[in-house]
Write a protein that binds this ligand. Structure first.
Ligand code: AMP
Length: 216
């Protein structure tokens, strides 16, 4: 199963990616996570990306396309994978279609801006695994600490309100057209869902879409 999760920041892509990864045993390819890891490691790419991410803008298509194409060649993607945060521009989507990579499902997740701002301001993550928590709706057992490893949780630099507003603007202009691109693309299953419910309700909706299909 090869799947894309589309949607604005705060739509719940990371949380649902975690659910899909665990239930269907396919790796999540999160371009945002890859860039944050590169920034943490201090590579050239990471240092460039760090500034761009802090401003809420997008890293260049060429860099991202190469990053994703290399990642998909790895052995753990043979049974499928989930793309979270890619493609974010129509250029990236076309590059993916033109490569030999076949996508089975595209799930577009929608949420109103008020909910997005609330979700992101209370979001805490466990950086090494990408596990996502929220101080109100999904708190860790112990405040500030990952449930599984006991390691500290962090807030993302780009989750502050001014940067979130910029990210939403960038999403409307550059990423929303990707939804129309997939709506009109033949040979994939395209579904849109509202993500105003709880994480569990949204997971159930996703399971209804992908759970009944046989895949290898
Ligand atoms: P995310 O974790 O998906 O919200 O991504 C965090 C940031 O990484 C974004 O605001 C962008 O600056 C950058 N980024 C992640 N994925 C992409 C992509 N596919 N294309 C360009 N920039 C990206």
């Amino acid at each position: 199963m090869r799947l894309i999760l589309l949607g604005p920041p705060g739509a719940g892509k990371g949380t649902q990616a975690q659910h899909i990864q665990e239930k269907y045993e396919i790796p999540t390819i999160s371009t945002g996570e890859m860039l944050r890891q590169a920034a943490h490691d201090g590579s050239d790419l990471g240092l460039q990306a760090k500034q761009i991410m802090a401003s809420g803008r997008l890293v260049s298509d060429d860099i991202i396309i190469k990053l994703v194409q290399e990642r998909i060649q790895k052995k753990d993607c043979e049974r499928g994978f989930l793309l979270d945060g890619f493609p974010r521009t129509v250029t990236q989507a076309i590059a993916l279609t033109n490569s030999s990579i076949v996508i089975d499902y595209v799930i577009a997740m929608h949420a109103p801006d008020t909910i997005i701002l609330e979700r992101l301001s209370g979001r805490w993550i466990h950086a090494p695994s990408g596990r996502v928590y929220h101080e109100k709706t999904k708190p860790p057992v112990k405040r500030g600490v990952d449930d599984i490893t006991g390691e500290p949780l962090v807030q993302r630099d780009d989750d502050k309100e001014s940067t979130v507003r910029k990210r939403l603007e960038v999403y409307r202009v550059q990423t929303e057209p990707v939804i129309d691109y997939y709506k009109n693309l033949k040979g994939i299953i395209f579904v849109e869902i509202e993500t105003t419910g709880t994480a569990q309700e949204i997971s159930q909706q996703i399971d209804k879409i992908i759970g009944k299909v046989q895949w290898v």
